[in-house]
Design a protein around this ligand. Sequence first.
Ligand code: SF4
Length: 668
Amino acid sequence: MKHPDAVIVFPPPMDRIARVYPAPHFLSSFISSSGFYAQPLDLNIIALGKLTSPFFLDKEIETAATNRARLEESGLASQKEKEAYAACLRATARLLYGRSIHSQHYHRKNLMDMENSGIRYTRIFFELYKKYFGLFYNTNIPEPQDIETFFSCPEAVLIKDLLQETIQGAIIDKKIPVVGFSIPFAQQFLPAMMLANEIKQKMMDVHICFGGPIITLLPETYRKAVIKTAPVDSFVTYDGEMPLLQLLQDKLRGEAIDEPKNGFVQNATHKNATPSDDAPHKKDKPVHTHNRFQKEHMGYFSKNTPIPVTQSTGCYWKKCTFCDYINLHKDKIYRPRPVNDIVADIQYYHSLNFTHFRMLAEAIPPKHADEIANALLHHQLHIFWHSFLRVDDRFTTEMLQSMEKSGFSCTIGMESANACVLETLNKGYDQNIIRRFFEKLRNASLMHNHLNIIVGTPGATYDQELETLAFCREYTDIFTKFKAGIFTLTPTSDMGKNPGKYGLLIKDSNTDHQPLHGRIASLSFDDPKGMTQEEKNRIMEGYTQLNAQIKNQQKFHGFLDSIKGAGSGAAINDIAFVLEKPLVRQQVMHHDFKGQADYMVVNMSENRDHQVFIDKRQAAVMDSLKDSVFRFQDVMAIMQNENMALHFIKKMATGYLIKAADIPHGIQ
Ligand code: SF4
């Protein structure tokens, strides 16, 4: 086995494990194609795997049991205690489910499979995840002098314990000369610092280099201050390939590392720079030719994992006032990759039996998307691919039809359908253009897409947000999910740099904690002309309900209202059902709950708060229906009472414990 010259670490925590982060793999692949050998090291998935091992799960199950006994003894007098008891039962159900998976066939691949089939890993192990990693999600990047104070906190000690053996075997024992850390999300910054510190303490001569979006977006003054005391030898901003290669060459030749500016390795790439927009990409030289996952490092990938393929760097629009992504590229130039390179990547992964892909792109422009689709069709590659798209009038129905045929689906960053809000955001389109674009998607049968919405844009009123929500309701045939998120004010966006221009008043960030969403920091602000928090919550709730309606429509093939309103069994006789999977049952011991229920059932594919209370008889019916397709009359045959059978079906359907079976309506 080759001895690595460099290891590129992906630090914990990152909760979406099926969304493999490509940078450590792509960097390693680039280094390895340049005469050295680099290995990616996903410490996140290793830490998660260990954290959810039987040892930790058993400890957490024990804690949940103690809480449960304490709550049962307390008498559950208050509503708060009752909710805590229900939450404890839910948590126990999830932990026991987690324990059963791990004792049967624990493997990283299984965890990815689980997530790809809709069972979020961190939902199952939420208690553990929150307890040990919650701190890092809730902490802003600290002042340089405070970083060290986190090294000895219990969460840091746990991360070190979880990863000590791996670090020893993969880095220290092998005397790896250069260790890179790729840090795309803010919650990884502190754990990366702690792990770097661990490595440095055991290997003084190692060169540790930090890079990734978070490092790029940090103010230079901050980086300069941190480098003086932190266990990091250099920071790389923007693309890391060339600086890392240079580092490695210098280090292995024993030459002084070129650190002209106080330990900073400045990025000197972009020799392939091309003018902006989508036109000239055919003439481009390949960008990131070697940016591929190597077969030997894909062993733990689930076959349905969407493999990231670089389509471009930069954004071809780059004018949205709320956006900080555009600052991740030094000169903000949009650089698409040639279609042949993209398709060659897909062919390579296809030969390894991967069929799901996601384009790494802020948004694919029409012409490029069309060319990729036609190339995929030409090569008869039967795959699924996904990308972000902008609302762009240049898309034609024919283009979208080719894209649909080639297995395409998209997430569109519409953000709003209101004229004033769109102008504030500077999206470059109006509602008429959006309507035309959505109509073309419809005509091209390009379904199963997601739509991004920003709730609480500076100055946006409640009525304007209602207009967008009503607009979305018209397009539930082409969008399966409306991904609404509350507006975040990022320091490097135009809005963050010029808050006054948008009517915003910046508050002291320490007094009002804003959600970070993986960003370095979000600015706390007052928006005198905008909505109240309560109004924002109501709008968010509107989207939650809209998404629930869409889900119901899919789960019950449009029959949920008939099921809910059925006055007799005959009204729903034709509908075939199956039980959802996986369902986990918890016995309810407390008398307050026992009056109405003997068990709580949790559907592991549903959100974290999902729960349904059932009695013994309903539990017995569920047992007899397990693994079979059934209709109302089958339930009736067991329960021998039409009202009870009808009540059972309605409760199971509205509680997401059953769904319509995938057989055509009316076929026996
Ligand atoms: S939000 Fe998207 S489309 Fe707008 S500038 Fe940023 S990356 Fe480009």
